[in-house]
Design a protein around this ligand. Structure first.
Ligand code: NAD
Ligand code: LMR
Length: 327
């Protein structure tokens, strides 16, 4: 049996937490031979800590063989102590009619404190994934406050957008989703994101050739994927939770699996015209477990270049908004 890894989850008593923790504890995220210690972090408010105790009772009641122990805390120094993975979910979700960027001022500061706490307390090999919105810019803030870890260890989640794009393409082409490949998300986790459909394939044939309807790809497809989060909020009255937790399982699994190519928001080094040091969704190829390289050299036509310029401008604008949170 491997020795256990320590996994911190913030916002553990929230909606996403409730879908996520059971999948980590059952082995779906880190493998069925990997014991885990869950370090669950919530805000220091009775209601939240009480709810967290309830979730921990349910985790106990699942009798998961891989769940070695749990830490329940509202102290980030305790919660991030020696963690190998930090999954930063805790933050405010948007309500109907809001854009994710409107959360920046409130949520951004959470990532100042958490970046510093991870800097001081996490294990040397810690990897961080940011889910709390606006995820790309929160990740930039956290990474910026955490000088001890290399910024490549800080990623934000755009995998939900990739999964949404694959599902939409499969529906349109009347195929099973497993027949769709190579659909990657460029840019921000916001309506400006660009699902690069020209490189996607269905049964190894280019998507534009299979679907044929180029106006749909450029218009309705991009819009549906970009605004899917808002559509779910309008329908459910709450933001996506189970699909977000599922995407986080995919994100971490694929980062642990050499050879996988998948969409991850990572620090830009200028590839595809993104400003250096914004966190942009890009296709990455996992090298060794946890390490990755950005896949470069994909041709971008005028339409794609313009979409990338738009989402880059939004990321640069968000960085400007939070400049006082950067060191
Ligand atoms: P939620 O309100 O149900 O839960 C959030 C939890 O975080 C709450 O329990 C709250 O007490 C806790 N929290 C708040 N501040 C905290 C802090 N500083 N430390 C620890 N815990 C803290 O929300 P949710 O539906 O679980 O969504 C969480 C976040 O994830 C939101 O910002 C949402 O917009 C975002 N989200 C991102 C994606 C994505 O694809 N990147 C997808 C879905 C949701
Ligand atoms: C999503 O994409 O579902 C989440 O980011 C929640 C939201 O605010 O849209």
């Amino acid at each position: 049996m491997k020795s256990p890894i320590r996994v911190a989850v913030t916002g553990a008593a929230g909606q996403i937490g409730y879908s996520l923790l059971f999948r980590i504890a059952s082995g779906q995220m880190f493998g069925d031979d990997q014991p885990v210690i869950l370090q669950l972090i919530e805000i220091p408010v009775d209601k939240a800590m009480k709810a967290l105790e309830g979730v921990a009772m349910e985790l106990d009641d699942c009798a998961f063989p891989l769940l070695q122990s749990m830490v329940l805390t509202s102290d980030p120094a305790v919660g991030f102590k020696d963690v190998n993975w930090a999954l930063l979910v805790g933050s405010k979700p948007r309500g109907p009619g809001m854009e994710r960027a409107e959360l920046l001022k409130d949520n951004g500061k959470i990532f100042v404190g958490q970046g510093q706490a991870i800097d001081r307390n996490a294990a040397e090999d810690c990897r961080v994934v940011v889910v709390g919105n606006p995820a790309n810019t929160n990740c930039m803030i956290g990474a910026n406050q955490c000088k001890r870890l290399d910024p490549t260890r800080w990623t934000a989640m755009v995998r939900l957008d990739q999964n949404r794009a694959a599902a939409q393409l499969a529906k349109k082409a009347s195929v099973q989703v497993k027949e769709v490949d190579n659909i990657f998300i460029f840019g921000n986790h916001s309506p400006t994101m660009f699902p690069a459909f020209a490189h996607a394939t269905i049964n190894n044939r280019p998507v534009p050739e299979v679907i044929g309807h180029h106006d749909w790809l450029k218009g309705e497809f991009c819009e549906t994927v970009g605004k899917r989060g808002a559509a779910i909020i309008a329908a459910r009255g709450l933001s996506s939770a189970a699909s977000a937790a599922n995407a986080l399982v995919d994100h971490v699994q694929d980062l642990r699996t050499p050879g996988k190519i998948h969409s991850v928001a990572v620090r830009s080094d200028g590839a595809y015209g993104f400003d250096e040091n914004v966190w942009a969704g890009l296709p990455v190829k996992t090298a060794a477990p946890g390490d990755y390289e950005v896949v470069t050299g994909m041709d971008m036509d005028d339409f794609a270049q313009q979409k990338i310029a738009t989402t880059n401008a939004e990321l640069v604008g968000e960085r400007d908004t939070v400049k006082e949170m950067l060191t």
